[in-house]
Structures are given as C-alpha cells and as structure tokens.
Design a protein. Structure first.
Lengths: 1044, 488
C-alpha cells in the first residue's frame, strides 16, 4: 500500500505544483519593453514568449524553479523564481557577444560575425501574412542583390537573379535542381537565407556557383503541443496596369470595314484596327449612326445578305467585362510537439488560385512531415518528407500571339466588338467545328479560348531528406545525409478545331506529355571541433558527396482530330501519331572539406576545397578541384571605438568555382546533359509518292570542341557590417567582382565554315556589383516602435576578352563593353544630326545595327517600414528599379495595329478619307551618296539633304514603322516604384485570448501590388520584359492566424 | 545504448550509400542521338530542303502576288541583306559524303555532288563571290574562309554536275531514303543534266568566256542524249510531294496571311487575261465584286489584281472595296496542294527554247516552247481541249518565239514555285517586265540586282569579306551593284 501511495503522490505532485504561475515584464536598460523574449524553465519543456509590451506569464512546475530569459542581441539571464509570482527583469544588450546566427551552406549555422561573405536572412514570419502564390515573389524587395522579376501571368515563374545570375534553391540543405518554386508552401518556411556569391555556396559544388537561396523548413519545437492555423485570402479586384487603348476607331483598314465571312481579307481589313470612326452620325440609317455589316448582323432572309448594324463603340469596357476577380486562398494547419528526445511536425497546406481569366485556376496542396529523434546524447536522426501536388485543368498560355488573351481581347479587337456578345462562342450550326468571332483567321474568341483551349498540368512532387549525426569521440562527429527529389508531371493540351495559332488554324489536336524525374544527393562526412587554447578554436569537416539524376520525357500528339471535342489519342485524324521521347542521366561524385579557425572571438578564417567528377564533360576533362578562402575581423573587439559604434566588422573572401555542365546554349538545350557530344539530331521525316515514310537526320548546328574544360569563376568580395547607437542603426555594404573564364560558349563563326558557332571554352567576362543594406529603428518607446530597412544594389557585367582574333562579338560588342549594351538594334538612317532620313515619305532602314542604350537597371531597391503600436503592426514595402531598357511588344503592337490612343488624330481621319497628309519630321536625300566600311562606319558621305516634304498616308506609315523612331524603337526605361506590400496586423492581446480556446490570435489586412508608377506606359515593368503580358493586378485580402 | 546508436548510424549509412553508386563512365553515351547514321537519313533531309521551293517573298518580287499588311521590302524593292543559311545544308551534304564512304555506298557520293552544286549556286547568285574552296572546313579549324571568285565557283560546279551524272550511270544502285525519285538513278541523271543546262543558260552573259565554253557545253548535252539523258515528260519533274501528315503539308496550308493580306498582282493577272490563259483560274479567286455580280469562275472579267508598284494605301483601299482577286483557295485549304518543284520538264523546255532562239543549238525553238506550255498546263490540271484552244491563240503561239514570249511563259509556269528562279531569270534577261511605274516603289525606283552579305560576316569574317567586296563592287556592298554573273 505504501508503494501505491508514493506512486500516486509522485504522479500527482507535478500537477499540484504546476499551478505555480509567474508573470512579469521584460525591459531593456532604458526601461523599454522587450517583446519576443524567450522565457523558459530550465530542465522542463515549459516556455513562453513575452508580448509586445514585454509582459509574460508562465506556469512553472515549482516555485523552486528558475526562469531563463533570452533574446537576440541581449545577454541571457537566468533568475530563480524563489516563490515570487511576479518577476520583472531587465536585460542588457550584449554588444560583446552579438550572437546572430544564420544558416549557411550545407545547413550549418554560423554566427554572422564569423562570415567572410554576404548573407541576408528573411524570417518565414515575413512571408506568412501577405501571400503570393509562390514564396519567391514574396521575397521581392527584401534582399539586396536578389532581383525578382514577377510575372503578371498565372502560374508563371518569377525570374530570379542573384548578383545577375540564377541562384541555386536549397531545401533543408539539399539542393533542388528542379528549381520548382511552387512546391514549398510559405507556411512551412522557418527562414530563408540568401547566400550571395560563390564563396557562400562553394560547398554545394558547381550548382552553387551563383549563390543560393536556402530554405529551412519548420520543425517540431521543444515545448507543448502547438496547433497553428493560418488562413490568407487575397482578392484581385482591379488592375494597377492595363493597356490604355483608343475607342474612337474600329476594326478595318484605311477607314473601311464590312464583315463578309470572318476570313479577314478584303473589306474586313486584314484584321487591322485601322477602320472607320465609330459613333459617326448618319441620318440616312435607321439607327442614326453609320452602319455596316458586322459579325453579329442578322441575315436578311430574302436577300441572304447581312443587315448592316450601327458602327458604334460598344466595347469600351471589354477588359472589365471579360476578366473576373481573381482569388488566392491559402490554408495551412500545422501541429508540432517535441521534448528533449524527439520532436515532430505535421503540416497540411492548400493554395487555391482562381485566375482572372474565366475557367483558369491553380491548386497547390502540400502535406509535410518532419521531425527528429535523439535516442542517445550521441545520436541524432532528422527527417523530413513533403508530398506536394500542383494541378489545374486549365491555365492561360502566355506570350505574344493568338494564344494570349489580351491579344484577342484588346490588342486586335476594336471597340465595335463588345466581348459580352461573344459569350456564345460557336458559329451557328457548326458547334465543335468553327468558333464564332469577328475575325476567325487571326484571332480567337476569348471565351472560346477560355472554355475550349485547355492547358492541363498535374505534378506530383515528393521530396525529403534523412540525416544522422553520431558523436564518435568528443569533438568528432560522423554525419550522413541523403535527400531526394522525385516528381511525375503530366501536361495536356486540348486544342479545339478552328483554334487560331500564330499562322494557321487548328484541325483540332490533343497532346499528352509526361516527365518522370528522380534525383538523389548523398553526403557522408566527419566533423571535428577542437579548442586549441581558450581563445583559439578550430573546426572543420571532410566529406564525400554523390549526386545522381534520371529524367524521362515522353510526348504524344494527334495529327488533327476526327470527332471534335473528344480528347483522346485514339481520335487521331492523321495517318500517324506524333511522338517524341528523351532520356537523361547524370551524376557527380565529389569530395570536399572545410576548416574554420577562430582567434580571440575577433579573427575568423575559413578555407574550403572541393573536387568534382562529372558525367557532363568528356573523359579526361571531367574531374576538377576548386578552393575558397574567407575571413572576417571584428574591429569593435580589436580597438576601442567611440561609444556610439556598437559593432564593426570587415569581411572578405575569394573563391574559385568550376562547373562542368553545358547549359544555356541555344539549339543544344534539348541535348542536356549530353551537350558535349557531337552527334546527329532528328530531322523531319517525309513520305515518298507511294506513302512510304522515311526518317531523316541532320548534323548539329554547332561544332563542339573535343577538349571542353569546365567553366570557372574566380570571385572576390569585401564587405563591412557596422552597427551604431546600441544597434539602432546598422549598415551592411558589399562589393564584389567575379571573373568568368573558360566559359562554355557558342563562339560565333562564319556560317560558311559549315557551323553557326563553335562550342568551346572562350570569352572572359567580369561581373561586379555593390549592395547596401541599411537597417534602423528610428523610434522605440513604450508603445511605439518603427523599424525600417532600405536596400539597394547595382550589378554590371562586361566582356573583357573576345575569343579569337575578333573585334566584335555577334552583338557587336567590343572588349570592355557592358554585355547588356544594345549595340546592334535595327534603326532608321539619320543624317548625323539626329534627323531621320525619309524616302518617299517613309524612313530608310540602316543596314547596320546601332547603339541605343543598356538593359541592366542602374539600381534595384527595396524600402520597408514596420510600425508597431501596442498590438497593431503596420508594414509597408516599396520596391523598384531605376534605369535599364526593356523592349515592349505591347507598345509596339499597339502603334502598329492602330489601337494606341496616340493614333487618334487628324492625320488618321485624313487617311480614312484617302488623303495622304502625314509629313514625318526629318530629311530626304536630294543628292550625293554614302558608303560604309564593313563595321558600318561612314567612310564617305556626300549626301545633301532637304526637309522631308513627301506627305504619306498616316495608316500606311504606322503599319510600316509602328512609330518606332519616336518611341526609342520601343525600348523603354524600366524605372518604376511599386507599393509591393501593405499590411496591418492586430495581435489579439493575451487578456482577450485567454478567454478563448486559443493560445494566440492575430488578424491582418493585407494588400500587395497596390500602386505603381513607371516610365513605361501600358505594361508593368516588374517582369523586366514584355511580350504582351497579362494585366497587372492589385491584390487585397486578409490573414487570420490562430494558435491552439 | 551507445553501441545501439553506433550500429543504427552505420545501418543508415549503408542504406544511404546503396541508393547512389552509379559510375560516371557509364553515363557518357547519349541515349537520344546517334554518332553515325546511314547516308539515306541525310539524303531524305537534303531532299526536303532543296525541293521545298515555295516562297511568298519570291512571288512578291516577281510581280505575281501583292502584300497589303505593310510596306514589304520584296515587293517595293528595298531589301537589304540575305543569309548564308545554305551552308548548313552544304554541311549535311558533307556529312552524307562521310557516311557514304563509311558505309561503302558510292551513289550517295554522286548525289552529293549535285546537292553541293545546287546549294552553292543558290547562294552565289544572291551575293556574288562567296566562300567555296575554303568553306566547310570548320573541322580543320578554318572558321573564316576566304571568298572564291564567282567564275571559279561556276567552273567547279559545272564539272561537279557532269561528274555526278557520269558516276550515277555506273554506281546508281542502292539509293534508299529517296522521296523524289524512289532510288531511280536514271531519273536523277535526267534531273542533274537538266539542271546543268539551267546553270549554263544562267551564264548567258558569258558566252565569250573561253574557260567556261558555255555554248559547246550546252551542245554537248543536247546532242548526246545517250550520255546526257534529260527530263522527257512532266512525269520526270523533279518535285517534292506534300502529304496530309504533320510536317509534310504544303507550306502555306491554313496560312492566315495568305487568306487576308496577299492578293494577285495586276500586271500578272492582266497578262493571263490578255492571253486568255486558263491557268488564271487555277491560280486565283474571283474578286469579291465579281462574286457579288455572280460572274462565272471561267469568266476572265471576274479577275483582277493590285499593282505591286502602287503605294500601300491605294492597294489597301482597292482590296477593301473588293476589287482584287486573292490566290486560289487550294493554296491554303489543300494539305498536299501541288508539289515543290526544283526543276520541271516545262522549265527544261523553256531553257531549250531560249537556247534555240539564241542559236546555241540548231533545233527550232517552237517545239520546245510549245512543249513547255503544254507541260505547265498539265501540271495545273488544264484539260487537253483547253490546251488546244490556248495553243491556237495567235498571242501565244509563234514559229519563232521571242525571248520575251519564252520568259513570259516561264513566269507563268513558275507561279509560286521553283523558289527565286524567276527573279534571276528576269535579272538576266529583263523579261518579262516587272512593273515599277507606281509611286510605292522604293530604292529610287530600281529593281535590286543582289543582296548585301549577311551581317554576321562583318563580325566573323571581316577581312575576307572586305576583300571580296573591294574586288567586285567599287561602290561597296550594295543591292544595286552588278555581280560578275550578269556583267557582259
């Protein structure tokens, strides 16, 4: 009986005493409350975090316990409770031990002060509220040197460049070479570290040569069971940028329009928007307006002819009438729990995106498991596994052409057509065979396209990793890790009969494409740590790493469909199905090692080395070594600095990275990873007159050197990190340079040599750039805190050496030129004083390409501000670019087609009346001649000029020139500023939360992409390119976060 | 616990290492492409390149069609540069030779001589001097070949063509992958010899050149039909058939521009109307106005064209008013339509007719001329009775057809076919006249004589290019300059 009593006592005792509550307030030495301080009870799994007012409450197991208070940048303190129920505490800033820790290559956490290179970290919390459909877009403007060009189209990857190059994506230490930006849900991200430059990622090998975006996913935390629910709902109710089109003139050409059969020729005007003026009064017609036969004219039963309809501007709101309110809804539920032996997290997410185009959407569902076990203090095993599914029955096709919605809706449809009249999209009596539209040769009815042309996408991703660490001896740990990416992707294309492609009408088609992908990366290594003296320590790692990839692709298409709308390969109308398949295998075997030295907490030095053997270069050239060195000095420890400088550090690094994979070679991409092999490609099969089918082959367009070495970059960077006024102001500056040599390039050669180019190790480039990040907390008092960050960066790339004995590259660049120089642009001839030369009233083309500017922006910047007031947080982020040119198809086509508002003028009315009155500003040649050398320089010029005095038909002029000479040949400045993000969050106070079943609650109202000011008209410069982009939408919504 | 942990760790390591033990060397063959192929795979490829001769640009430049979607440089004669793309075809020929030698199939070596000649002539007549002797030597590290004088190119080509025909009489077995003649070496010899005559006639300004001996070479062929068989009927036409199979369809099938922005050229239509030529009905549609007036398809008054030299806006207006005929629907509705012609029996007959009229050969021009017309009309499916009627038209027939008549018939026979051949015939002879009277013509109202060299040569082969330009054209690389071929 005694035993039973003791057991009962033991088991209930903790519960009895667990009621011991402690509360209090945490402040800094100035008395300002500190929110977010971690408070834990040593020896237990209990813990909490102070709220914004510095208040906390915690239930300890015993009044004999202690409390530990820790906060980044402050000295950790542990105090005994000593029976008190109120423990207020003052934390002092730890300028000596600024223990900021970031995740670096291979998932190793390092203190920032020890780093010899630039790393910037974004906390997952910053991505939780204002949701983007993929997490990368949410990084826009947040990291200096990371330039993200967001697409305005649904389910299109943003373009990411880090210091001008495309970085590696790493998930939990495992490189993701599929660079699928959609497979990680923002709610599962603990933090994102951006490792800039090659040094930071030399340890990943070649794939890391351009820096890395390292994602650390959330794991279970020690402490009580936490259930977290996050919902974010964003609507896209309106546009921040949409083409501004004229509504004065309608479809047709030279002021004429009469519908015949939709073929587009003759009186239908060839599909131009150079038709008659709309809304012209005509007292002779029943409507009182000018009337003409149109596509929706009723047919006179007696004559069989179309009855003219009034030619009026019905379609002024076609954009608003066609597009619908978009929606992005994200739901995440996660559960985590852990103790000192094991932890575990389960997370389920779903992102549903409803496109602004009818009948388009995207579903993205993830299920993740992750955790670790520590069966003994010597062994720790961690694992994570995520299943992700991305699927849609239809998402919009992009790019200029009849597959583009704006092309059909605005660019090439005059406002005489009202899109609402097109809802019924089959021609009467020809359902399934012929769409109904005002022009069925060039354009698709937008509704027909939305509901009948379907692009399906179904991708199953499975990725995860398993790692184990075993402590062999004190200071020596064995490590093993493997991570795999697997996916299966099926894409389908359903193309209805009469669908208009760029230059032909479809016979109906069905295409199925499948890709199967598998890769695995395994690492085995040994890590050692040794304190040589009290102030000198040494650590390092040596490891083997293996990588293997297998990818299969298969595509089958019909050659026309027999039965319309029945999408099955069996419904093939042609004599044979069209098929294609490809198999790729690739492997890299590597050994690497690194050593870190630390002296007196002041000097840090890190050395790395790696040798790769790759399958993507020929034998004898496929094994190579590359090293790096980096270091930093904490100046503030070295000398006595003025009191207002709290911390100062300088850093520097040098690295060499080699890469043995040939990529980005036009015409060779389909052969990756076998690009180094010269071989025959498949040619067009043909049948003879008896119908016997013969396959064919063609030899490649590039000559491939048999001695290709890996391409190599040598880069160095220096930087400094200085904090002032007790860390209230911090400035981080980085400057870097890289020399890229042995580049695996297509060196152009005379076509007469038989090849377009020679693939060899050639050309030398220099990249350089500078990045500034300024963090400040200008105001911090009891109730209010203002944090601000400004970052800006510049990047340049030059060609330093042109391979061979050549003065110019194919783009007419000379040695020393920036590679983004537009020096070979087709322009019109000028007289040397900037006046365009005209012949017959039309500008004369220059047979030599000329310079018009640079494409790289001068600066890319982001400016964020966060204001905390009591439980409210207001944050806003502006970002943008200054300078740099981009070509705009939208603007060019608007002038060309006649839909630009700039074409509404008297000349156009004159042209409609058959008069040629447009006199372009410039000169004409009245005598003499000009000769050029073969570089296009004028060698002799005896031309005499007179002002251009030949008036021409305005419409002919615009159709021929697109007004290019007045619009910088449609290269526009990218300069813009955007209100990227605005959010207002209310954290429900503890006092209110305690009355609910929840542990914490917050509600946010968020907006993204709210406002844009730019130099370029009609398009959003954010994507950095414009090939008729979708309208840029504004997102508004809310976010609810609940913790149980 | 310690040893359990250690064993567990080792177990994990073994498991992880099992999944990744592929050898690098095992992955170094491309499973998707071949390093060597039989030469027939290259022959098929070359045939589909050389015989696919449908060119809208050529139809604009030769006043057969008119374009209304902008000021077109082919129609208004202000073009600038052309390309060296055919060197890629020449490289495929080079590969076919290598594969033929590897597999011991000499017929491909002989066919290669023809394709070599065809592609190099195709380019030299565009530019003038071009690389030939040093061309295609990339594998010997010559990436900037010197330019050959045009005359030397022609000299070599003439010998190559002769050799090709001679060799094929010996080694012409075992030609596979042939979608033109199904491996019939005799037909290939007929085509090669006929093409040889085309090249000789293209040198008609060079009859006095004793290195070339144009006339005697021409006579040698015509007078020795045993050694130099020629195309004997339209059955022998050198044509690429199109098929209703993806990738093999007529290149303009379902083409949007052809249905909306191309119209028949007025001088061409007027010529056919004057001659009461029923081929007009095979080429064109009635004008929309004629359709409105219910004019018959066979009514010549139902057809009209737009003047290729008129300003764009005038043509757009006329087209908009339904005054212009579009091209016959079959060009964009029939997937096979008509084959692409490299050289036809009709062309051969017109070549012989012109040679006779130039008195290079002793036969009378009339028979060749009439045969050519008949062959062309049969190609377009004109009935024998209509052909007979046509051949009684005094505007058509002649005992002694003039060069203008012969070339006019050639112009009609080459409607939207045989590539740019008709443009070069006009450049050589001035016939038939291409209208430049309208206000739309650019280039100071001149028809260009050539194209400028590709811009890529400026950066990649500058020294040789400069040299070639200087020795040929004192005025520089100009579209109006006269190359050796057309200088007297």
């Amino acid at each position: 009986m005694k035993y039973y009593f003791i057991i009962i006592m033991l088991s209930i005792t903790p519960n009895l005493f667990a009621q011991h509550g402690v509360s209090g307030k945490v402040t800094d030495t100035d008395g300002i409350p500190l929110g977010g301080v971690n408070i834990s009870v040593p020896g237990t799994s209990l813990g909490t975090v102070s709220d914004f007012d510095g208040l906390y409450s915690i239930r300890a197991t015993s009044d004999r316990d202690s409390l530990t208070f820790s906060y980044i940048g402050f000295k950790t303190r542990t105090v005994a409770i000593g029976g008190k129920s109120q423990v207020d505490i003052v934390l002092s800033e730890d300028t000596e031990q600024l223990r900021e820790v970031v995740v670096t290559a291979l998932g190793i956490r390092k203190e920032t002060k020890a780093l010899g290179y630039a790393v910037q970290e974004v906390q997952g919390a910053a991505l939780e509220k204002a949701k983007e459909p993929n997490f990368v877009s949410a990084l826009s403007g947040k990291v200096a040197g990371l330039n993200i060009k967001n697409s305005t189209d649904l389910f299109q990857n943003p373009e990411i460049s880090l210091r001008g190059e495309s970085p590696l994506l790493v998930i939990d230490g495992i490189p993701d070479r599929t660079t699928d930006l959609w497979k990680v849900n923002a709610d599962d991200i603990e933090s994102i570290s951006v490792l800039k430059g090659a040094t930071a990622s030399a340890l990943y090998g070649s794939v890391g040569r351009n820096g890395a975006i390292m994602i650390t996913t959330k794991k279970g935390k020690e402490g009580k069971l936490t259930v977290n629910f996050n919902n974010s709902t964003m609507f896209q109710p309106s546009f921040i940028r949409v083409p501004d089109v004229q509504t004065t003139y309608g479809n047709g050409d030279n002021g004429n329009y009469a519908y015949v059969n939709g073929g587009g020729g003759g009186s239908e005007g060839g599909g131009w928007i150079w038709g008659p003026k709309l809304n012209q009064p005509d007292p002779s017609t029943p409507s009182g307006y000018m009337e003409t036969p149109q596509y929706n004219s009723p047919i006179d039963p007696e004559t069989g002819k179309r009855i003219p309809l009034p030619y009026i501007s019905r379609g002024k709101n076609n954009i608003e009438n066609f597009f619908r309110t978009g929606l992005v809804q994200t739901n995440n539920l996660s559960i985590d729990w852990g103790n000192d032996k094991a932890n575990y997290r389960i997370s389920m997410s779903n992102v549903y995106q409803k496109g602004i185009v009818p009948n388009t959407d995207l579903n993205n569902t993830s299920f993740s498991l992750g955790g670790s076990i520590t069966p003994s203090d010597k062994l720790r095993v961690t694992s994570a596994l995520t299943y992700n599914k991305q699927y849609t029955n239809n998402f919009p096709a992009v790019g200029y052409g009849p597959t583009n919605y704006l092309y059909n809706l605005v660019l090439w449809t005059g406002t005489d057509v009202d899109v609402r009249d097109l809802r019924n999209y089959w021609a009467e009596g020809q359902e399934g065979y012929q769409q109904r539209h005002y022009n069925t040769s060039w354009y698709n009815n937008p509704y027909f396209q939305a509901y009948e042309y379907l692009q399906g996408y179904d991708k199953d991703n499975l990725f995860g990793n398993l790692s184990a660490e075993y402590q062999l001896l004190p200071g020596i740990t064995l490590k093993a890790r493997a991570g795999a990416n697997v996916y299966g992707l099926q894409r389908t294309y359903k193309e209805p009969k009469s669908y208009v492609g760029y230059n032909e009408k479809s016979l109906g088609n069905f295409t199925v494409q499948n890709t199967n992908y598998f890769d695995i990366t395994t690492d085995f290594g040994v890590r050692f740590e040794k304190a040589l003296t009290a102030n000198i320590s040494l650590s390092g790692e040596a490891a083997y790493s293996g990588y293997y990839r297998l990818q299969n692709f298969h595509s089958t298409s019909t050659d026309g469909l027999n039965v319309p709308g029945f999408y099955n390969l069996d419904n093939n109308a042609g004599s044979t199905l069209i098929g294609e398949n490809r198999e790729e295998k690739e492997a890299i075997h590597s050994v690497y090692a690194f050593v870190d030295f630390e002296f007196y907490d002041t000097f840090y030095l890190s050395l790395t080395g790696r040798n790769d053997k790759v399958s993507t270069l020929a034998k004898g050239y496929n094994s190579f070594f590359y090293p790096s060195v980096s270091g930093s000095v904490v100046l503030s420890k070295l000398t006595d600095l003025p009191g207002w400088i709290s911390f100062a550090k300088v850093r520097g690094s040098w690295s060499r990275v080699s890469d043995g994979k040939i990529e980005d070679i036009s015409g060779l991409n389909a052969n990756a990873p076998y690009n180094y092999i010269q071989a025959y490609d498949k040619g067009q099969a043909w049948s003879n007159s008896q119908g016997t089918r013969y396959p064919s082959s063609q030899y490649g367009r590039l000559l491939i050197s048999g001695a290709l070495k890996p391409k190599t970059s040598d880069s160095w960077e220096i930087g400094t990190d200085i904090r002032f006024f007790q860390n209230r102001l911090g400035i981080d500056v980085a400057y870097y340079q890289a020399k890229d040599y042995n580049n695996l390039e297509n060196i152009p050669v005379s076509d007469a040599s038989g090849y377009e180019g020679y693939l060899l190790n050639g050309n030398i480039y220099r990249r350089k750039g500078v990045e500034f990040t300024i963090n400040a907390t200008p105001v911090r008092n009891d109730n209010f805190r203002w944090d601000t960050q400004l970052n800006f960066s510049q990047y340049r790339r030059y060609i330093d050496e042109i391979y061979g004995d050549k003065t110019y590259t194919a783009n007419r660049l000379k040695e020393g030129d920036r590679t983004d120089k537009l020096n070979n642009v087709s322009v019109y001839q000028t007289d040397g004083q900037g006046h365009i030369i005209y012949e017959n009233g039309f500008p004369v083309s220059d047979p030599y390409g000329r310079y018009i500017g640079y494409t790289e922006p001068d600066w890319t910047y982001g400016f964020s501000n966060t204001f905390h007031y009591k439980n409210f947080t207001l944050s806003m982020l502006f970002d943008g670019r200054i300078g740099g040119l981009m070509y705009s198809s939208t603007n060019q086509k608007m002038w060309w087609g006649g839909i630009s508002p700039g074409t509404v003028n008297q000349y156009r009315d004159d042209a409609n009346n058959g008069e040629s009155t447009y006199l372009a500003q410039g000169v004409k040649v009245i005598g003499g001649s000009v000769s050029y050398d073969s570089n296009g320089n004028i060698t002799e010029d005896t031309r005499q000029y007179a002002p251009n005095d030949v008036p021409v038909n305005y419409i002919s002029f615009m159709k021929t020139t697109s007004n290019a000479h007045n619009e910088n040949y449609h290269y526009y400045s990218q300069t813009f500023i955007k209100l990227r993000e605005l959010s207002l969050t209310y954290d429900v106070p503890e006092t209110l939360v305690s009355k609910t079943p929840f542990h914490a609650m917050s509600v946010s109202f968020v907006g993204r992409n709210l406002w844009l000011s730019s130099k370029i008209p009609n398009v959003d410069p954010d994507p950095g390119k414009d090939n008729l982009q979708a309208p840029s939408t504004r997102s508004l919504g809310f976010n609810v976060n609940l913790k149980f | 616990m310690k040893s359990t942990s250690k064993n567990l760790f080792l177990l994990l390591c073994i498991a992880l290492s099992l999944v990744n033990c592929t050898k690098i060397d095992d992955l170094q063959d491309d499973p998707n492409r071949a390093l060597e192929v039989p030469p027939e795979l290259l022959l098929t490829q070359l045939e589909t390149r050389a015989f696919n001769t449908i060119s809208l640009s050529a139809a604009l430049a030769t006043r057969q069609l008119v374009y209304t979607d902008g000021v077109n440089s082919d129609q208004y004669y202000n073009w600038q540069r052309s390309g060296f793309g055919a060197y890629d075809d020449l490289k495929q020929v080079q590969q076919m030779i290598l594969e033929a030698e590897r597999t011991g199939l000499p017929a491909y070596r002989s066919l290669a001589r023809f394709f070599n000649a065809y592609f190099i002539i195709d380019m030299t007549r565009i530019f003038g001097d071009i690389p030939y002797t040093e061309a295609l030597q990339a594998s010997e590290a010559n990436f900037a070949p010197a330019y050959d004088e045009q005359k030397n190119i022609y000299l070599k080509v003439l010998d190559e063509l002769k050799t090709a025909s001679e060799e094929l009489s010996e080694n012409g077995e075992d030609i596979r992958g042939d979608v033109i003649y199904n491996g019939d070496a005799l037909l290939w010899r007929k085509l090669i010899n006929s093409y040889y005559l085309r090249v000789l006639l293209s040198l008609s300004h060079k009859t006095g050149d004793t290195d070339l001996n144009i006339i005697s070479r021409f006579r040698e062929v015509v007078n020795n039909p045993q050694d130099f068989p020629l195309l004997t009927s339209e059955e022998d036409n050198g044509v690429l058939p199109f098929h209703n199979i993806e990738g093999n369809r007529y290149p303009l099938f379902r083409n949007n521009s052809l249905q909306t922005a191309y119209y028949m050229e007025k001088t061409f239509v007027d010529k056919l109307k004057t001659l009461k030529d029923p081929r007009l009905f095979a080429f064109a549609q009635r004008t929309p106005q004629a359709v409105d007036q219910n004019l018959e398809v066979t009514d010549f008054d139902a057809y009209n064209g737009l003047p290729g030299s008129a300003p764009l806006d005038e043509n757009v207006d006329k087209a908009g008013n339904g005054e212009a005929s579009m091209i016959n629907e079959r060009y964009y509705t029939e997937p096979a339509n008509e084959p692409g012609i490299l050289i036809s029996y009709a062309e051969l007959q017109f070549i012989l007719a012109e040679a006779a009229s130039r008195e290079w050969i002793t036969q009378s021009a009339e028979g060749f001329y009439t045969n050519g017309i008949i062959a062309s009309m049969r190609f377009y499916g004109i009935s024998e009775s209509e052909i007979d009627i046509y051949l009684q038209n005094p505007d058509v027939v002649s005992e002694d057809p003039s060069p203008e008549m012969i070339l006019t018939q050639k112009h009609i026979a080459m409607f939207l076919n045989t590539g740019w051949q008709m443009f070069f015939e006009h450049r050589r002879t001035g016939y038939p006249e291409f209208d430049i009277s309208g206000g739309g013509v650019l280039n100071n109202g001149r028809i260009p004589k050539r194209w400028m060299y590709p811009a890529k040569e400026l950066t990649q082969n500058q020294a040789h290019l400069d040299e070639a330009i200087q020795r040929q054209f004192p005025e520089g690389d100009d579209i109006n300059a006269e190359m050796w071929l057309i200088r007297e």
